[in-house]
Design a protein around this ligand. Sequence first.
Ligand SMILES: [Mn+2]
Length: 298
Amino acid sequence: MITVMTHMDSDGLISLALFLKSIKGMKVRTYFTSPVQLRDMICKSIQHKKSLGELYIFDLAGENKAVYAAAIYDRVLWIDHHEWNPDGKFEHVEIVVDRKAKSAASVVANYFNISSPLVELANQIDTNDVKDEIADRIRLTVGAIRYKYSGMELTRNLRELAYDLSTEELSRLDKYEEIVKEYSSWVDELKRTAKERTKIYRIGNLKVGVYETTESIPVYLVGNELDDDIDIIVILIHRITERGKSTTKLEFRTHTDKDVLKIAKFYGGGGHIRASGASVNEIVTVPEILKAIELLYS
Ligand SMILES: [Mn+2]
């Protein structure tokens, strides 16, 4: 059996699509997740299984405990491009991290020796430098599926999209037209109000923009609307879990090449130097964040 765990974003999906292409569309067990949930997901995935087989992990930063959990599988291939130092001391666990790669998809393609137009599209999307219309369409389709579905339905639809992409027949995206249209009007409203909803603060020499919301939103939509001179963009997403607990998702971006990885790490997260995030199991307030920025950047 083959199990794949990949990031629930366009790069993760394209990584999966390229892998599916390399195994010629064979059926695999798929999970879409985030770095924070990865370890739990690995643990859940092994329950009631007589044999485990191979595990593939794409576009997800790990930590030692996640590597140890993954090592319970018979063989592991872990491909990523985030900033972390794998501590893989297991012979059957191969970890390939290319921090310089624009997308995990490009690392997957290299590893499996695949050439595909999807790689350039993933590069554009993951560095938020979308030039091709089709890249924008893939990004919107992933967004629309995440907006529209949850739970098993979400997984089923993301998996189907990955299989669609793996064929490289991009006309297959046509069937998502309806939900993309619906999603686009929500997106347009977000874009329209992004700037006025973002509060600007001065911390020393830094210009900090903070956008607070209770909705799960694609971060790039807000970031792209803000002025080019904002040093640190903070997006605070407050959510209540099914069990009634407060969580805060923190996303950090920069328009002036500031290192936003260090603030993400401060909150127990990670990512890239110029795009990072963290999840905190409590309410994080704006004054707290501003204090942390003052501490870390002066
Ligand atoms: Mn990525």
